[in-house]
Write a protein that binds this ligand. Structure first.
Ligand code: GLN
Length: 454
């Protein structure tokens, strides 16, 4: 099959399902077909070959695409067309992957359900009354509904893994620094990472291969060369030490999810892995500390949206200050404003020590918990989410309830570790996710464990 045929096929499928699922905020149909044609010509000329050549994919709408809308699903960026590509966009274009469009998300990646998008709520393809998770819910729904072969999302506190889990697909958050964040519109810079959402573990390795690499444009990007993640796809966990994270099975986690994870662990044991429980005593503080740190960083990162440089500008104003205030009041949604307020408060004189500084200390304790655990284990296992996909509207007016859905994923971002979510069962027809956490830069071992399970 040619790249053009493949692209046309998937665009046809999108015509049928997109009105139900609503995974995309922008569809790049004409460009995609002409780009695919160009790719076919070059393949015929014997020119290009890569694992992802001619493969149609999508990008979360906070990843910059030159000449193509990048809105963060926010009114404040609704007309923003970036003048440059994110490094990951450039890398996928170099591989000759075909961009089908930009996927829906929670506004500025703040949320766990894709309901805070200014455009629309994306539906979970497994049950259209339920959320696909978030914030990369559009990316996960697109892959699950066959509207893209793979997608890139961003994960600050779980936004790749949680929607992957809700939509029954594979989602990987790489080690902090492994994938360039240049051109990813920042939410919380010390936690954000870009990563793949794919149908299976093999695709995950191929996409990871394509986006890893040092980038001078991102000062936190590391030089980590020479790993071919395809080589990690071995069907064997013999002798590997797997830790079960004790605190991740405590209150609030659904019994069926616990059971599915324990059944998976039995399978690993039967294949020769050594499975033992391990305790990370500071886990209970992770969620609160995360929301202080993420909000603080976002209050600073989002200061640039002032109505002057780009994006939305309020129509009627009396002074410069009035312009700032009206633009931001009209341009940002409720959840984004809540975070900016919370972050500004935590960073303000008199509260900095009590909140922000304290949260940083908790972050260090969490990191140390993981470091200790990794002295004895190769990978750690936990549920990805405490529940399966919830109903649209169920948590949108309950911010704390919504924040709780990240309880199993945020500690991993706080520690900068890599983790993958893979499907491991169902509850009432809805997918359950198994989370495998690895040592820094040891994506290979988590891919190996995931591949063996699959
Ligand atoms: N749901 C979490 C939050 O709202 C995580 C979001 C993310 O990873 N981008 O902060």
């Amino acid at each position: 099959i040619s790249a053009k045929e493949l692209t046309e096929l998937i665009l046809k499928r999108m015509k049928n399902v997109e009105s139900k699922v609503g995974a995309y905020v922008y569809i790049n149909d004409e460009n995609a077909v002409s780009f695919a044609e160009e790719v076919d010509n070059r393949i015929h000329a014997g020119e290009i070959l890569s694992d992802l050549v001619g493969i149609p994919m999508s990008l979360k709408d906070n990843i910059c695409t030159e000449g193509i809308f990048t809105t963060c699903a926010s009114k404040i960026l609704e007309n923003f067309i970036p003048p440059y590509n994110a490094t990951v966009t450039k890398m996928l274009y170099e591989q000759k992957s075909i961009l089908l469009g930009k996927t829906n998300m929670d506004e500025f990646a703040m949320g766990s359900s894709t309901e805070t998008s200014v455009f629309k709520a994306t539906k979970n393809p497994w049950d259209l009354e339920r959320v696909p998770g978030g914030s990369s819910g559009g990316s996960a729904a697109a892959v699950a509904a066959g509207e893209a072969f793979f997608s890139l999302g961003s994960d600050t506190g779980g936004s790749i893994r949680q929607p992957a889990s809700f939509c029954g697909i594979v989602g990987l958050k790489p080690t902090y620094g492994l994938v360039s964040r240049y051109g990813l519109i920042a939410y919380a810079s010390s936690l954000d990472q870009i990563g793949p959402l794919t149908k299976d573990v093999e695709d995950c390795a191929l996409v990871l291969n394509a986006i890893v690499g040092h980038d001078n444009m991102d000062s936190t990007s590391v030089s980590f060369k020479g790993v071919d993640y395809k080589k990690a796809l071995i069907n064997d966990v013999e002798g590997l030490k797997i830790g079960i994270l004790k605190e991740y099975f405590e209150e609030g986690v659904d019994e069926d999810i616990k059971k599915a994870i324990f059944d998976s662990l039995k399978l690993f044991e039967s294949m020769g892995a050594i499975v033992e429980e391990v305790s990370l005593p500071h886990t209970e503080y992770a969620l609160s500390a995360y929301y202080i740190i993420a909000s603080s960083e976002c209050s600073s990162n989002l200061a640039r949206f002032d109505g002057i440089r780009y994006g939305y500008r309020a129509k009627n104003y009396d002074s410069l200050k009035d312009l700032f205030i009206k633009t931001r009041t009209e341009g940002f949604g409720e959840e984004v404003k809540r975070r900016i307020m919370l972050g500004t408060f935590s960073l303000s004189l008199g509260y900095y020590d009590a909140y922000y500084q304290k949260a940083l200390k908790v972050r260090t304790l969490i990191k140390q918990d993981f470091e200790k655990a990794f002295k004895n284990f190769d990978v750690l296992i936990a549920p990805t989410t405490p529940s399966v996909a919830f109903k649209i509207g169920e948590k949108i007016n309950d911010p704390l309830g919504m924040y709780m859905s990240d309880v199993c994923t945020v500690p991993i971002n706080m520690a900068g570790l890599p983790a993958i979510s893979i499907p491991c069962g169902f509850k009432d027809g809805l997918p359950i996710g198994l989370q495998i956490i690895g040592k820094h830069f040891d994506e290979s071992t988590i891919l190996r464990v995931a591949y063996t399970f699959e």
